[in-house]
Write a protein that binds this ligand. Structure first.
Ligand code: PLP
Length: 233
């Protein structure tokens, strides 16, 4: 017997991006998978990415539930027709606290939350995860009203959401150019000297990671691990 590839059926639960429509098409596709030699049906997946930015929280929970119900109705349809569904997968960092608490979901597709970034915090209201990923910028010049760091958009993304400092409340983001970051200095600030290093929280971790070749893992200020970042060719 040859190799059988385990597969999930991706269902469009409202995002209008990928997946087949809920209902009859899901049952039909599952039956085709069962009829194939090389595939093993494992379950279903959806992604409620269209509700991540919904506010207030009660409305986000309601819309998330509405999307997940579409997925669970598909599970019920399959089970009702004798198809056993091992995996029901949904969610991501932007809604993980809602999705993981939802009865019937067996797996959550969260990824970027291991790093966290300003976009998850500001746009998707994720306030239960710490910022693990930072970029270290070095002060290269000082002006009366602002500082210039050597960290521009070649090393971190400001496309989805502006970066911010980890612990310098006196510095406000102004803009990034390719090799520089310009930060407004608050009046009365202790200031910084050329050569000082400032830890920066990136706007969006996904569009920052691929700009780098190595990730330095620190625990309590001590380098514990250096990971090589392998990029798709
Ligand atoms: C299918 C799918 N699931 C989950 C996610 C969420 O990923 P993350 O937790 O990195 O935001 C995404 C992001 O685009 C996705 O495409």
């Amino acid at each position: 017997m040859g190799t059988r590839i385990p597969v999930l059926i991706d269902i469009d639960i409202g995002m209008d991006r990928t997946g087949i429509l809920p209902g009859a098409p899901v049952l039909e596709l599952a039956q085709r998978i069962f009829g194939s030699d090389g595939l093993e049906f494992e379950g279903i997946m959806g992604y409620e990415g269209h509700i991540l930015g919904v506010k207030p929280p009660e409305e986000k929970i309601r819309q998330c539930g509405e999307a997940l119900d579409r997925l669970l109705e598909c599970r019920d349809l399959l089970v009702g027709n004798g198809v056993s569904v091992g995996i029901v997968s949904a969610g991501g960092t932007g809604c993980y606290s809602i999705t993981t608490a939802y009865q019937g979901i067996t797996e959550v597709q969260a990824g970027g939350g291991i790093f966290m970034d300003a976009k998850y915090r500001e746009q998707f209201s994720v306030d239960t995860l710490d910022f693990a990923l930072t970029v270290l910028g070095t002060v290269t010049s000082r002006h009366p009203s602002h500082l210039v760091l050597d960290a521009g958009f070649k090393v971190m993304s400001a496309y989805h959401e502006p970066p911010r400092t980890l612990d310098r409340k006196d510095l406000t983001f102004r803009y990034l150019s390719s090799d520089c970051g310009v930060w407004e200095v608050a009046e009365g600030s202790v200031g910084s000297r050329v050569g000082d290093q400032i830890e920066l929280i990136v706007g969006y971790s996904d569009s920052t990671m691929f700009l780098h070749r190595r990730l330095i893992g620190l625990r309590e200020g001590v380098v514990e691990k250096v990971w090589k970042i392998v990029l798709p060719s």
